[in-house]
Design a protein around this ligand. Structure first.
Ligand code: ADP
Ligand code: MG
Length: 258
């Protein structure tokens, strides 16, 4: 079977600073991939390269067996990292989510009745329909993430890329987002790339984990990849891996211990 995302010898840099080096990954249809690594390790850069928002300095990315072109881009949904969406922009939730359908609309971008029905269905599916008339700047962290996930879903993508959707949320809201992404993954058979710092909360759902720090340190099934030696290299610090009932659990930066 051909991978839906194939990353071959990818190098990416900003000006002369290298952000990703020699990344090789094959991602297959329907896989749920966790992307981990410390701040500045290139996680967002990797998503942006897959989305075609930045061009590789070297190497190649292939999507659906072809190049990263506008047709391929329309088949992907993206939930950017917090802070990259302007919340002062005076727009209500319904219209913000409708923007996710713009790439599918004609030249004049006028939402049709069917566009409105899709937005309504998707907002209901992420439990955010009651928020439809709220200005986006007035949402709580968890509500905002559900809305951005809805915006990514209304174009009916085959690949969903989420950049730290749970960072900064309380434990309950984190759980809601993870359950939601898990449900979307299961229900639609979507291929999901999920950047996070919280591996313990999702590893039970993940098919594979990628540990990044400029280069790809490890890539495979969570049980094979989550090893104390690997994690100590990636995080250059105090990391413990405890064997849980069904999976390894990671404890990062246990300051009380040192
Ligand atoms: P992560 O998402 O893992 O925190 P990023 O992909 O955002 O990491 O960043 C990887 C590296 O590239 C960092 O060293 C960061 O400072 C640098 N970088 C990211 N975006 C830019 C940019 N727009 N211009 C210059 N350097 C950047
Ligand atoms: Mg990032």
């Amino acid at each position: 079977m051909e991978p839906v995302i194939q990353i071959k010898k990818l190098n990416a840099s900003y000006n002369s600073e290298v952000a990703l080096q020699d990344i090789n990954m094959e991602i297959y249809k329907g896989e749920f991939i966790g992307i981990l690594g410390p701040n500045g390790s290139g996680k967002t850069t990797l998503l942006k390269a897959v989305l075609g928002l930045i061009s590789p300095a070297q190497g190649e990315i292939r999507l659906f067996g072809g190049p990263v072109d506008s047709a391929a881009r329309k088949r992907m949904g993206y939930v950017p990292q917090k802070g990259s969406i302007d919340l002062t922009f005076p727009v209500r939730v319904f219209d913000a989510v409708m923007m996710g359908r713009y790439p599918l609309m004609g030249l004049f971008r006028y939402p049709s009745r069917s566009d409105r029905i899709v937005v309504e269905e998707v907002l209901k599916g992420v439990d955010a329909w009651h928020l439809k008339d709220k200005p986006i700047g007035e949402l709580s962290g968890g509500e905002a993430q559900r809305v951005w996930i809805a915006r990514a879903l209304v174009s009916d993508p085959e690949i969903l890329l989420l950049d730290e959707p749970t960072t900064g949320l309380d434990v309950m809201s984190q759980g809601q987002i993870i359950d939601l992404v898990h449900r979307i993954h299961e229900g639609k058979g979507l291929t999901v790339l999920y950047v996070t710092h919280e591996v313990n909360n999702v590893s039970c759902y993940l098919d594979k984990v990628a540990y990044l720090k400029k280069t790809l340190y490890a890539y495979g099934h969570p049980n094979d990849v989550i090893k104390v030696e690997t994690l100590r290299e990636v995080y250059a610090g105090e990391v413990e891996v405890i064997q849980g009932v069904d999976r390894p659990l990671v404890v990062v930066g246990d300051h009380c211990h040192v």
